[in-house]
Design a protein around this ligand. Sequence first.
Ligand code: DX5
Ligand code: ZN
Length: 213
Amino acid sequence: MIQIAPSMLAADFLHLGRDVEMVNKNADLFHLDIMDGTFVPNISYGFPVVEAIAKVARKPLDVHLMIVHPEKYIERFARIGVSMLSFHLNATDKPAQALLHIRETGMKAGLVINPDMPVESLYPYLHLCDYIILMSVYAGFGGQKFIEDIYDRIRTLKKEIDRLGLSVKIEVDGGVSPVNSKPLIEAGAEILVAGSSVFNSDSPADVISAMRG
Ligand code: DX5
Ligand code: ZN
């Protein structure tokens, strides 16, 4: 079953309650992008926004960390009630420890890589992951152009997950819309993140249902 995770970075922050309710009604997860201006050049939002959403969310929170030292904040996100926590493989020199720590808190653990990092670099950690986020844009900004070579990357990763007999889910993040959702699902993606295609639309609910295929 495919899951749609609207990226709240593209929501209208002056009407955040309305956009949260739209996700509660129509989607499966809240995708929350945390950027620190150091690991990526952009700064997004932090704990006050995540806490405010957590209070009214009826769907799980999927937090995507684009920060240095992600291990420092694991406990804090767990306390807020986050269900899924991911960080970039190159954001820490101890990814295995951080993944184990995330799982110990009861959250699902995810690793993320940008389009220029080989999928093979994930292989040593797959048994410690509940999901992998393959970026189909370079992490840092919403509204970027989808990078097409993601399909081969999904297939390669999926093959290795199956070979190992694991049930790691593949999430795709960046430039996802009803135009590419079908081939992404066919290649093996199970979670689709979509920011601008959902929130820049006059009918977010229709865009979400179109992506379910
Ligand atoms: C990019 C973020 C994405 C982004 C997706 O750094 O990780 O989650 O908000 O937005 P769109 O769908 O507009 O590319
Ligand atoms: Zn993201």
